[in-house]
Ligand binder design. Structure first.
Ligand code: ADP
Ligand code: MG
Length: 309
């Protein structure tokens, strides 16, 4: 990841893999990468994790375990710490306390098995790079240091582009793409990495309904194939209908359970501080008044168990 050309994506300069990480590795020694998470064991685990920017606490004592095959929505108001949580798991920032385990190891321990998709705002869309170059970058983590992508890598990148319905856009500059096309291309970049874990920051924000359905179809297929998908979203209907689980975040973890809990008004009120307007039409449409960050996140998280899977 260190030689990857990601200077057009803010916050994508992870510390060198051998830099000291203030996170204890989990006690289990990692075995061969592809089976570090035997069935039933979490692929991603946070234990009492807190994170801060200077004096400002962004995450407070969050514990969360996610298993292979999960499609987890991280929801919460602006400033809730959703992006922070994803960056912590990606190893891009370090917690001030607590333990983070990714595939039984510290974050970045298996960096090439993890694909991180930043929020769209973090990307410099004027950067002169083509769609196929962006997607091929997804391969860099799997290449040895200094190795250039070969025909096999380009083939995987092309397949990933086809999967997201962007096969015709290979030579297009990323700046020329629509919002939905940009999200498709960045998801293709993540797919090209052939990761075990997807960390996606608002992958379906600002995209049209068709793109949202298409991208969710792709993510669902990845989860079905045993991958772990963690995605932040502001779209509660999408979270309820297309994800398996939801984590309700407002600096603290308010709740974690099956995705249909997203339709629980009390939980939403607890998470969004009452700034959720529910319009009672038959679609159960949810409108968020998400303009304010609430510093009074309720204490005491709730964990709900989903025995369906
Ligand atoms: P979300 O993604 O849920 O909107 P973030 O994780 O981006 O929330 O932010 C959580 C809190 O941390 C917010 O109060 C935000 O202002 C603060 N924060 C995020 N990134 C930085 C940063 N680079 N420097 C200082 N504060 C930050
Ligand atoms: Mg965010």
């Amino acid at each position: 990841m260190t030689h990857e050309r990601t200077d057009f994506i803010a916050g994508m300069e992870p510390s060198a893999p051998d830099a000291p990480v203030r996170v204890d590795a989990m006690s289990e020694a990692p075995s061969a990468v592809r089976d570090v998470t035997p069935l039933g064991r979490p692929s991603v685990e946070l234990q009492s994790v807190s994170a801060a920017y200077g004096q400002r606490l962004a995450l407070d004592d969050v514990s969360l375990a996610v298993r292979p095959g999960s499609l987890l929505a991280v929801i919460g108001p602006n400033g809730a710490g959703k992006s922070t949580l994803l960056k912590l798991v990606a190893g891009l920032i370090k917690p001030v306390s607590g333990r983070i385990s990714v595939l039984g190891d510290r974050p970045l321990g298996h960096a090439h098995e993890v694909a991180y998709l930043p929020q769209a705002e973090a990307v410099d869309w004027d950067f002169p790079v083509t769609v196929s170059e962006v997607v091929t970058m997804g391969r860099y983590g799997r290449l040895g240091l200094g190795r250039q992508p070969g025909p096999g890598d380009r083939e995987i990148a092309a397949r990933a582009l086809a999967t997201v319905g962007m096969a015709d856009a290979e030579g297009v500059q990323i700046g020329a793409l629509s919002g939905g096309q940009r999200r498709r291309v960045f998801l293709a970049r993540a797919l090209a990495a052939e990761p075990l874990i997807y960390l996606l920051d608002e992958p379906v924000t600002g995209v049209d309904a068709r793109t949202q359905e298409d991208l969710m179809d792709v993510l669902e297929a990845e989860a079905r194939a045993g991958k772990t998908v963690i995605a932040s979203t502001h779209d509660l209907i999408c979270a309820a209908q297309r994800f398996h689980e939801a984590a309700f975040l407002n600096r603290r973890l308010v709740a974690h359970g099956p995705a249909n809990l997203v339709l629980d008004r009390q939980l939403l009120a607890d998470t969004y501080g009452g700034h959720v307007l529910v319009l009672p039409d038959d679609g159960g449409r949810l409108i968020l008044d998400d303009a304010h960050h609430h510093d009074d996140a309720p204490r005491g998280e709730r964990h709900y168990h989903d025995d369906r899977r």
